[in-house]
Design a protein around this ligand. Structure first.
Ligand code: 5GP
Length: 116
């Protein structure tokens, strides 16, 4: 059984977060340390630690994460200029919180996808 992270507490509203969207499958809230004018995290309500732990039972939630990202990008006014969706996995991916999350970042030119 995977260990809960702070994100489970955010989903249950046990600790404060700027929640922008929540439904039966996913929750979206502003990143506490934004790297761009818009920086939102979209997470499944069920605890899936990493992309490696996904299976077909999670496809509804994983798909919802993308459609909610599109909806929030429009709401933020960044859909036309564009934005980036990022899911980090494990150490080389730079994952810090082991509850899958999609970063929605935008509001400025984001530059090259990867830095060395
Ligand atoms: P990762 O590096 O795992 O892909 O990204 C984790 C993200 O979660 C980071 O951008 C970090 O700022 C954000 N984060 C970590 N703890 C909290 C928190 O308690 N609240 C919010 N809103 N964001 C958090």
């Amino acid at each position: 059984m995977a260990e809960e992270t702070i994100f489970s507490k955010i989903i249950r509203r046990e600790i404060p977060a700027d929640i922008l969207y929540q439904d039966d499958l996913v929750t979206a809230f502003r990143d506490i340390s934004p790297q761009a004018p818009s920086h939102i995290l979209i997470i499944p309500n069920v605890l899936i630690p990493t992309v490696n732990d996904t299976d077909t039972a999670h496809e509804a939630a994983l798909g919802r994460m993308v459609t909610v990202a599109a909806k929030l990008a429009k709401q933020e006014g960044i859909d036309e200029d564009g934005y980036r969706l990022i899911i980090n996995c494990n150490r080389h991916g730079g994952q810090e919180v082991y509850h899958i999350h999609m970063h929605l970042v935008g509001g400025r030119p984001l530059g090259p996808m990867l830095s060395r």
